[in-house]
Design a protein around this ligand. Sequence first.
Ligand SMILES: [Zn+2]
Length: 317
Amino acid sequence: MFCPCCPPRLTRRRLLASAALLATAGAAPGFPMPPAFAMTEVASGVFVRRGEDADASAENADAIANIGFVIGREAVAVIDPGGSGADGARLRAAIRARTERPIRHVIETHIHLDHIFGASAFAADHPEVIGHARLPAALAARQEFYRRNLVDLLGPEAAGEALAPTTLVADRQVIDLGGRILEITAHDPAHTDTDLTLFDAATGTLWAADLLFVGRIPVLDGSLTGWQAALAALKPRAAARAVPGHGPVSVPWPAAAADEERYLATLAREVRALIIKGVDIDAASRLAMQGERDKWRLFDDYNGRNVIEAYKELEWE
Ligand SMILES: [Zn+2]
């Protein structure tokens, strides 16, 4: 997950050069951070930063997920605070460049660090931190490991960490930003076992987070059949657009889910066939899904892992 060949010291020096600029832009002080940080307003008051299609590195400060915020009449909700304290600080600066309204909610859409380790940059805002009902258990199991890896990569100040959720969602919940309702849905295990999606009724925007990967290979860390079921349940939702967790900041819904659906269906079909043939899990991880190789970025980094996850789930059917 972390590239060992990046030169963090050299990169950190370069990142520090932009820290002063950020402090004047209203970011939490003390975080080194790379300069480019472009938000796209995908619908009125809905801002998204596109993550880089890469693994976490010292150079990208783990800014690899799509993150953003929604501005209501009275308050702001952050939907995924970023992949590191440095990433979160830049997101906070981007919010403050647009509005002084209070940042009242931080939604942590699932356990993966590239989405939630920026949360600590919002601690001084004392937001309501919203997560899946299973997120506390997932944080207890993984946060320390994630933090160690990110500190090695970025240093202790820039690494950041997730915030413990103050509100847990087991099914559905709404928050009101002042005449603007965000509906939050908790899913059964799919991409992970802690997935939330959001719907902004004012603009018809479905914030799918990592239930939707576009262009970058999906990563299976929950349940393959559960993910297929979650997508099938989401697809009928009438939405003007969706915001994927990785890929373009705004895509047509449900058309943009077609590639991911095909990948997941192919994964299920090919892995089941290899299990029936008696092919072992290691060989399966090398053999399966080769027809998908040229269709996804980072295919070689994650496909083998996906096959292993699928195999472990499907061999007990
Ligand atoms: Zn994820």
